[in-house]
Design a protein around this ligand. Structure first.
Ligand code: ACO
Length: 428
C-alpha cells in the first residue's frame, strides 16, 4: 500500500502521496496542493524541495555517498577515464570497448572550433576574467550551429549537439588559457586521449610537443571525474530551468556556467586559493582567520568549507587531498599554501563552531592547490570546474527533455504594497 501524508488546512483535508526513490529516500508529492487548498509551499534556497526525479546521480550527505548511475565515485575516480564517465552519465551504462572507442572517435572528430571564434579574443580586454569569456563563447556556439536551436529535433541531432559541445569545450578552455597568458593557441592532436589532448593544447607550444607527466594527466582526469555531476546543484538547476523553456543546449549550459562562477558555488576554488594566499601574506595566523569566519558581524566565510548536502564529509575532498599530495610530490613543489590549508583544516575540524554546524572541507578546498601546482592561474580554476561538470549538465538537460518536464516556474508569496492609486509627479 502506497504511503501518504495527511494535511489539514481549515476544513480541507488532503492525502499527499509519498514518493520513494530507489535508495529509499522519500519525498512528499505536493503537485496537487495548490489546486486543493490554495496553498503554495515556501522554501527559500530550495533546501527541502525536490525539483525532479532523476536516475543519474545519487548522493547521501549524511553518509558521504556519491554515485554516478550506481557506481561509487571512489571506484570511478580510481579506475575510469573522463570520457568513460561522460558516456556513463550521458547514456546510463558504462561503455564496452567498442562503444568507448566509438565515443572517443566521435569526440575527436569534433575538437576543432570555428576559426571565427578566434576573433572573440581580439575583443576581450587582456585581463578579462576567463569565466566571462567561457560564458559568451559557449553561448555563441549556437550561432555557428543553427541546427542545435530546436532541442526537440531528432535524437541524432541532439546527440550531435551534445558531442560537439563536449568535444569543443577543452579546445575553447585551452584558447582562453592561452589568451590569459598571451601565447598563441595550439590545435588539437586527435591521436591523443581527451585529457592528454587538452593538456597538450593548454601547456604545449605550436612548434614542439610538451611531454605531460602521467601523474599530472591522472590527477586532471580524477579532478574532472570528481566534478562531473552532483545532481540538482545550483548550476545544474540553472541549466535545467533555462533548458525547460526549450532553449538550446549551448544557451542552457552557458547559463549554468554563469551560476557556477559565484564564490558560493564553483567560484569557491578560486576564492579558496585567494583566501589561503591572504592568510599567508598576513603572517599565516590561522586562528585569527578562523575567528573572522565565526564572527557574525564579519562577512568573511571560510572558503572551501561547508556544503548544502554533505554534513559529515565530502567524499570528493578526501580523494582530492590525496591527489594533491601526489602531484606536489611528483612536481617537487613545496607550496607554503598547502601547509596553511592543512593547519586551517585541522583547526576548523576541532573547533566547536564548525563541528556543531557540520562544516567540513568540500571538493574545492584542495582542488586549487593541484591546479596551481600544474600551472593554471587562479582565474582558470572555475573554468576547470566547468570542464569537469559539463557531462553532468548535458546528461541532466537530456534527462529533463526525456522526462518531458514542464517549464520551471516557481511561485512566490508577495510581500509588497497592496493596490494603491498613481499620484501625479507634481503632487508627490
Ligand atoms: N564559514 C563560516 N561559517 C559558515 C560557512 C563557512 N564556510 N558555511 C556555513 N557557515 C555557517 C553559516 O553562517 C550558518 O551559521 P548559523 O547557523 O549560525 O547562521 C551555518 O553555517 C549554515 O550555513 P548556511 O549558509 O545556512 O548553509 P547553506 O547550506 O545555505 O550554504 C554553502 C552552503 C553555500 C556551501 C556555505 O557553506 C558556504 O558559503 N561555504 C563557503 C563557500 C564554498 O566553499 N562553496 C563551495 C561549495 S561546494 C560547490 O559548490 C562545488
Amino acid at each position: 500500500m502506497a504511503e501518504t501524508a495527511t494535511l489539514t488546512y481549515k476544513d480541507t483535508t488532503i492525502e499527499l502521496p509519498v514518493i520513494e526513490g530507489s535508495e529509499q529516500e522519500k519525498g512528499l508529492d505536493i503537485s496537487k496542493l495548490r489546486g486543493s487548498t490554495g496553498l503554495v509551499t515556501l522554501d527559500p534556497g530550495y533546501k527541502n524541495t525536490g525539483a525532479t526525479t532523476s536516475g543519474i546521480t545519487f548522493l547521501n550527505g549524511e553518509q558521504g555517498i556519491l554515485r554516478y548511475r550506481g557506481y561509487p565515485i571512489e571506484q570511478l575516480a580510481e579506475n575510469a577515464s573522463f570520457t568513460e564517465v561522460s558516456y556513463l552519465l550521458l547514456y546510463g551504462d558504462l561503455p564496452n570497448k567498442e562503444e568507448l572507442a566509438g565515443f572517443d572517435r566521435k569526440l575527436s572528430m569534433h575538437t576543432l572550433v570555428h576559426e571565427d571564434i578566434k576573433n572573440f579574443f581580439l575583443a576581450y580586454p587582456s585581463k578579462s576574467h576567463p569565466m566571462g569569456q567561457l560564458i559568451s563563447i559557449v553561448s555563441s556556439l549556437s550561432t555557428f550551429y543553427p541546427d542545435s536551436l530546436d532541442p526537440n529535433r531528432s535524437a541524432e541531432k541532439v546527440d550531435l549537439t551534445m558531442i560537439r559541445l563536449l568535444a569543443k569545450f577543452p579546445t575553447i578552455v585551452s584558447w582562453i588559457f592561452k589568451k590569459n597568458i598571451g601565447h598563441p593557441i595550439v590545435y588539437p592532436q586527435n591521436h591523443l586521449d581527451f585529457v592528454s589532448n587538452f593538456m597538450h593544447m593548454t601547456f604545449g607550444q605550436r612548434t614542439e610537443d610538451v611531454e605531460i607527466d602521467a601523474v599530472i594527466v591522472d590527477a586532471v582526469n580524477k579532478l574532472l571525474i570528481l566534478h562531473a555531476d552532483h545532481e540538482q546543484n545550483c548550476s545544474t538547476s540553472t541549466v535545467k530551468i533555462v533548458g525547460s523553456s526549450h532553449a538550446n543546449l549551448y544557451a542552457s549550459v552557458s547559463a549554468g556556467i554563469s551560476a557556477l562562477w559565484g564564490p558560493l558555488h564553483g567560484g569557491a576554488n578560486q576564492a579558496v586559493l585567494e583566501m589561503l594566499e591572504n592568510i599567508r601574506l598576513d603572517g599565516g595566523n590561522t586562528t585569527k582567520w578562523l575567528d573572522k569566519a565565526k564572527d557574525k558581524s564579519d562577512p568573511f566565510r571560510l572558503m572551501g568549507f561547508g556544503h548544502r548536502v554533505y554534513k559529515n564529509f565530502d567524499p570528493r575532498a578526501i580523494i582530492i587531498k590525496k591527489a594533491a599530495d601526489s602531484v606536489l610530490e611528483k612536481l617537487g613543489v613545496d607550496d607554503p599554501v598547502l601547509e596553511i590549508a592543512k593547519k586551517l583544516e585541522e583547526a576548523a575540524l576541532n573547533d566547536d563552531y564548525f563541528k556543531s554546524r557540520k562544516l567540513f572541507p568540500n571538493v574545492d578546498f584542495y582542488s586549487g592547490i593541484i591546479y596551481r601546482a600544474i600551472g593554471f592561474p587562479v582565474e582558470m580554476f572555475t573554468v576547470m570546474f566547468a570542464l569537469g561538470r559539463l557531462p553532468g549538465w548535458i546528461a541532466q538537460w537530456k534527462e529533463m527533455l526525456e522526462l518531458k518536464s514542464p517549464i520551471g516556474r516557481p511561485r512566490q508569496i508577495y510581500t509588497g504594497h497592496n493596490e494603491r492609486n498613481f499620484v501625479a509627479l507634481n503632487d508627490r
